[in-house]
Design a protein around this ligand. Structure first.
Ligand SMILES: Cc1cc2nc3c(=O)[nH]c(=O)nc-3n(C[C@H](O)[C@H](O)[C@H](O)COP(=O)(O)OP(=O)(O)OC[C@H]3O[C@@H](n4cnc5c(N)ncnc54)[C@H](O)[C@@H]3O)c2cc1C
Length: 450
């Protein structure tokens, strides 16, 4: 060990959940550290080029996610890094939120510094030291060797639940019946796309596209072309060796730019480095195949070229904690409300099939939003740990909505706020007064149903 440091709150993982958790804790005057394995922040939003953020609204257009997440969107807008929330052309959700990944990375750092959060980049946490059901320290490894960091409270925002797993928290992974996870996707961007031509082709051939597309609004220009899903005949004819049934891409951030979400790598475990090695290779091979296909067969792509490929393959699903409540599909679909809600979401269940070509959906009933209970953030067996983002406590099906970025940001803010309350009162997260937590979240701009 060449360095030992002591913090009130240690957040591991600098993705959307960890950034918001650390900002929340820092703003509560906690001595806070954010640890991230890469040399930049943003998680899947930057490392894997996942885009755009979804969704801050219910299907009917009520905004249910605000707080720090909304501040980030507002500040990105102010620096030309996002147009803000725009209508989803597909009519699948109400809004999508395009953003510029490079601007998000820097803005996240700015906001962390303003909140007096220390940030340790290039540091992968590989060990956890437990005493009496509490994490005393974590060990990160990097160019400086091993660094041991002591903390009073820890937030696991690693997406994969690394900290919880290392600490011995009961975990689940993938589908309940066979542990198979949603596939991975290597995202890539193309520039030089003639989007006016794409739109013309769509309006002339609506049967080749997702049926719920907002055709009237697209025609009269009242909604922008934010997403395109279809080109079914071209995709079928291509016979590409990819387990996907259509073309899907999103427009922006530049006017001639798209983000392509078409590759699919199945059967690998995102917490196994041998599997990940093979998945990265297959993903990059698929990028070359799909981009070549788009250029040759899709109107508007004739002069396009690949401008960026994810630094890593996008990993949708790995480990989740088993917390004091496990959110289920029924909770989501019924739009269930909980007395200990710490966030809401209006995003439907959206499962990329672990073994087949398709995607299955289940939409939210009632007022179009479901609650995420605080107990989903509180793991079993460890007394000074909270989870945020992808690795909170859900079933495989409920995970298929809580995994979305806006929800990850919201559970991040909730975890950072709860950790601060626990430190201030010297209590376990499970003992946090939920009413007081909810009052702080609302005072800090979050929206809760009750
Ligand atoms: C292919 C794909 C498409 C998607 N499409 C969309 C979409 O269109 N819209 C949308 O909103 N969401 C989408 N998602 C979901 C969304 O991107 C993620 O679920 C979201 O980023 C989760 O945020 P997070 O902070 O929990 O985790 P992550 O974004 O995974 O961030 C975790 C962070 O922790 C770091 N980390 C991990 N382990 C360690 C460790 N041991 N030590 C230190 N650091 C560590 C990682 O480097 C990373 O920065 C998609 C995901 C994928 C993979």
């Amino acid at each position: 060990m060449d360095l030992e440091q002591h913090y009130d709150v240690v957040v591991v993982g600098g993705g959307p959940a960890g950034i918001n958790a650390a900002i929340a804790a820092g703003r509560k005057r906690m001595k806070t550290l954010l640890i991230e394995r890469y040399g930049f922040l943003g998680g899947m939003s930057t490392a894997a080029l996942v885009y755009p953020w979804m969704t801050f609204h219910t299907k009917a257009g009520k905004q249910v996610i605000k707080g720090i997440a909304q501040e980030i969107v507002d500040r990105l807008k102010a620096i030309g890094g996002s147009p803000g929330h725009v209508r989803d052309t597909l009519g699948f959700v109400y809004s999508v939120t395009p953003y510029h990944p490079e601007k998000y990375m820097v803005l996240a750092m700015d906001m962390l510094q303003e909140a007096h959060v220390d940030v340790l980049l290039h540091s992968l946490v590989v060990e956890v030291h437990i005493e009496n059901r509490c994490i005393r320290s974590v060990t990160a490894t990097g160019k400086s060797g091993k660094i041991r960091i002591m903390g009073k409270m820890f937030v696991d925002a690693t997406g994969d639940g690394d900290i919880s797993y290392l600490a011995g928290v009961p975990m689940s992974k993938g589908r309940e019946e066979d542990q198979k996870t949603q596939p991975m996707t290597m995202m890539f961007r193309m520039r030089g796309v003639d989007l006016a031509k794409v739109k013309r082709y769509m309006l002339e051939n609506p049967s080749h596209f997702y049926p719920n597309t907002l055709w009237d609004e697209l025609k009269d220009g009242s909604v922008p072309l934010s997403a395109v899903q279809g080109f079914y005949p071209q995709w079928e004819k291509s016979k590409l060796p990819i387990q996907r049934d259509q073309v899907l891409f999103f427009t922006g951030p530049a006017e001639d730019e798209v983000l392509v979400n078409c590759t699919r790598v199945q059967g690998y475990d995102g917490t196994n480095v041998r599997d990940l090695s093979q998945a990265e290779y297959e993903g990059r091979k698929q990028v070359l195949m799909v981009s070549d296909f788009l250029i040759k067969h899709i109107p508007g792509f004739e002069r396009a070229s690949v401008s960026n490929v994810g630094t890593q393959i996008g990993v949708r699903e790995t480990r989740r904690i088993v917390g004091h409540y496990v959110l289920t599909k029924e909770d989501v679909v019924q739009g269930r409300k909980f007395a200990d809600a710490i966030a809401q979401s209006g995003y439907p269940i959206d499962i990329h099939d672990p073994t087949q070509r398709g995607v299955s959906f289940a939409f939210i009933e009632g007022d179009g939003a479901f609650d995420i209970p605080y107990r989903c953030l509180v793991p079993q067996k460890v007394d000074n740990l909270l989870a945020a983002g992808r690795c909170i406590s859900t079933t495989h099906e409920a995970f298929a909505t809580t995994r979305l970025t806006a929800s990850a940001m919201a559970t991040g803010q909730a975890a950072g706020t709860a950790a601060s309350l626990a430190v201030r009162q010297n209590i376990r997260p499970l003992e946090v007064n939920v009413k007081a937590l909810q009052a702080e979240l609302i005072a800090d701009g979050m929206v809760l149903a009750g």
